[in-house]
Design a protein around this ligand. Structure first.
Ligand SMILES: [Mg+2]
Length: 300
């Protein structure tokens, strides 16, 4: 086994890419498509989405459309028709928009290339509150999955089921990928953490330290995240070197309000840092104006 002398642990959303702009735009395309196909107003779809996201505990629930009452109602007798006429086209609209927005911040790939070249012994680990499947789907599309030695995320999305028939309300091909816990060809370690390990709880990062046998080497760990309350807060509690991705908090006000239109407040905090750095915020060891600032901070 290779000798580990440290770890670089990265949050994903708004740390390696602009999640907010990506998600707001993709959901905008999805809602527009559902409106076009069903005539249900976008405001109604957004309000119903909040309820579904709350129930599922994730704003990135991939089976949203079939769970929206206004959409499901008229198709309740014919799930296959719902999937082919609305859910599939809505997913296509989301994915098409995602192609343009799932790009890492401009300096991320270059920086990761330098880190892997200069510190080939340093494992890079993803720690996210996104569902594991969704996190890996994004990392794969971002072209970043191969940089990681392991991925730690929360439980995979629940498959929606028609209560009357007990049949899944999901396209068979997609259902198979979820049931098989598709790994996107990733050869590293994948860990699904219990919901109660959600940040700012320390148990997710603690699990990583235990897995890498580094529990007593906090000074060798660099942990990077954009959310002061959650990411920086937990890093400070564990005593690891904590870098704040300040650039990930610079979110356009219009985009932020578009996000709030369909996301429950308690869910938004999972993905977006809404508060600026204040005297009473957890104070990071390092402030990153850009991802590449990590190189100097880690003396690479
Ligand atoms: Mg984040």
């Amino acid at each position: 086994m290779k000798k580990t002398i440290g770890l670089l642990v990265l949050d994903i959303d708004n740390t390696v890419f602009d999640w907010v702009t990506y998600y707001v735009n993709c959901m905008g395309s999805l809602f527009d498509k559902v409106f076009e196909l069903t005539g249900v107003p976008v405001d109604t779809l957004a309000a119903e989405a909040k309820v579904v996201f709350t129930a599922q505990g994730s704003i990135e629930y991939p089976f949203l459309v079939q769970e929206l009452p206004s959409v499901f109602g008229p198709y309740s007798e014919n799930i296959d028709k719902l999937l082919s006429e609305v859910v599939g086209p809505a997913r296509d609209a989301f994915n098409k928009t995602a192609e343009g927005f799932l790009k890492p911040y401009t300096d991320v790939i270059q920086t990761l290339d330098v880190i892997t070249k200069e510190r080939p012994d340093l494992p890079i680990v993803a720690l996210t509150d996104a569902p594991r499947y969704v996190a890996m789907w994004k990392l794969n599309k971002l072209g970043l999955l191969s940089y990681f030695d392991s991925v730690y995320g929360l439980a995979d999305p629940k498959i929606p089921v028609d209560p009357r028939t007990n049949l899944p309300k999901v396209d068979p091909e997609i259902l198979t990928k979820h049931l098989q816990q598709f790994d996107f060809g990733f050869s590293g370690r994948i860990r699904v953490l219990p919901e109660e390990y959600e940040k700012p709880g320390v148990r997710g990062l603690k699990t990583i330290l235990m897995d890498y046998d580094l529990e007593d080497h906090q000074d060798k760990i660099t942990w990077v995240g954009d959310n002061l309350r959650k990411d920086v807060g937990l890093g400070k509690k564990l005593g690891v070197c904590t870098a704040w991705a300040k650039y990930g908090t610079l979110i356009d006000e219009t985009v932020k309000s578009q996000l709030l239109a369909f996301s429950p407040e308690q869910n938004v905090h999972k993905n977006v840092a809404l508060d600026p750095l204040k005297d009473n915020s957890p104070q990071p060891n390092i402030v990153l104006e850009s991802f590449s600032d990590l190189l100097a901070a880690m003396k690479i």
